[in-house]
Design a protein around this ligand. Structure first.
Ligand code: CA
Length: 405
């Protein structure tokens, strides 16, 4: 009877030990395979300057390509720890909700006295009419309406403005040119071109006329899509010809407000205090909407330094443009200084990697669970052995008492 009791107790201990070990092993395997990252904490992010017009949106999980952020005020970034690599990462979108920063109007109302229509090549296109229009207006009193017909003998049309010899405009202190275009949905590529002198070099930007209705187009003056025999800086100092169009289609198009503007300087501070035990590396990434990937813009900065180190790097804007970003690090902060155009948005990701592994290894959740498993097995084994001895002792006492009787 006594031996049977020990066997029953032994089987019970085995079952408990097996179930506990199985559950822990299953969890240890499940975490890195199925859920490689875990939310570990939320850290404050502060917009130092300018506070009212810039907002943040924490994205944390970015599953598919996006072209704009669903912006809302969020002052905490959710940080996740990747259990396989041990990296801590955060993603956020920064957005400038003001449309214009320091605008200089190039053309707005009464553009019939600003533009003239120019026809090129040999074909069937001709000018139907080119007038100010007060029905389809995006801004102010009127827009400029161009009606191109098939009753002519040209193949391309464009709008041109000539500032005149010795009256060239200096656009070199501006960052972007913004214009409103009422799309004809022709699917053709529209070219914006700047020239300094007749027959000289030029710089160009392109967009596709694939929409119906008004659309705001932003052109980054520092990075033209094409440059022909010209340095873009030279032309920006001396803009004589402005041309828009080069379209091979008949139809009706509208142009409204054309402005030059400067980008808005934004200062951001991310608190990362307490995330690293000793030293680490921070890598910074910018989301490129044209590829759908994050592209590295800065890395390899040890962050246990007291003073900020800073480098500048290109930043992708979600409208397809590029800006600049200055990146500084200290022991407890990531400092970002960047430029955003009006209505501009950018998605930034940062990864913090712990570089000191010696003692820190036991703090990692994955290894901590493995360690816990071994501790539980040892404790269970000791308890089981102890119980076995106690049971045998009780058994021998009972046998002795039975013999006495
Ligand atoms: Ca207008």
């Amino acid at each position: 009877m006594c031996d049977d009791g020990i066997k029953i107790e032994l089987r019970g201990k085995h079952v408990v030990l097996f179930v506990v070990a199985f559950l822990i092993v299953a969890w240890v395997i499940y975490i890195p395979l199925v859920k490689p990252s875990l939310l570990i904490t939320q850290k404050p992010i502060r917009i130092l300057e300018p506070k009212p017009s810039v907002t943040l949106h924490d994205i944390h999980y970015l599953h598919s390509s996006i072209s704009s952020c669903n912006v809302k005020n969020s002052m905490d970034i959710k940080l996740a720890k990747d259990l396989t690599s041990n990296n801590i990462n955060g993603i956020f979108c920064i957005s400038n909700e003001i449309e214009e920063n320091e605008p200089m109007v190039v053309a707005d109302d009464n553009q019939a006295s600003f533009w003239s229509v120019d026809l090129l090549g040999t074909g069937v296109l001709g000018i139907g009419s080119a007038t100010d229009d007060n029905i389809f207006v995006n801004n102010g009193l009127n827009s400029y309406k161009v009606n191109i017909t098939t009753y002519g003998n040209h193949s391309l049309w464009r709008l041109i403005h000539d500032y005149g010899f010795l009256s060239e405009a200096d656009w070199s202190t501006y960052d972007i040119l913004v214009l409103y275009w009422y799309g004809g949905g022709s699917g053709s590529t529209v070219e914006l071109r700047l020239e300094s002198e007749p027959g000289g070099g030029f710089i160009s930007w392109y967009f596709v006329d694939d929409h119906q209705g008004w659309k705001r187009h932003v052109f980054y003056l520092d990075s033209p899509h094409y440059a022909f025999r010209a340095g873009s800086k030279d032309i920006l100092h001396k803009v004589r010809f402005l041309s828009l169009g080069y379209l091979p289609f008949a139809g009706v198009w509208y142009v409204d407000k054309v402005i030059l503007d400067r980008m808005l300087g934004v200062e951001v501070e991310i608190d990362i205090s307490g995330l690293l035990k000793t030293t680490g590396i921070v890598a910074l990434y910018s989301y490129n909407p044209s590829t759908g990937n994050f592209e590295g813009i800065a890395t390899n900065y040890v962050i246990n330094q007291k003073q900020y180190t800073s480098i500048s790097a290109p930043l992708h804007i979600l409208d397809g443009g590029r800006s600049t970003l200055h990146f500084g690090l200290s022991a407890d902060k990531i400092m970002l200084s960047l430029k955003l155009p009006g209505n501009g948005q950018a998605i930034i990701k940062f990864i913090i990697e712990e570089t000191a592994y010696s003692l820190d290894i036991i703090y990692r959740p994955y290894y901590f669970v493995v360690l816990l498993l071994f501790l539980l097995l040892i404790v269970n084994g000791v308890c089981f052995y102890n119980d076995l001895l106690q049971a045998k002792k009780r058994c021998s006492v009972r046998i002795k008492e039975a013999r006495k009787l």
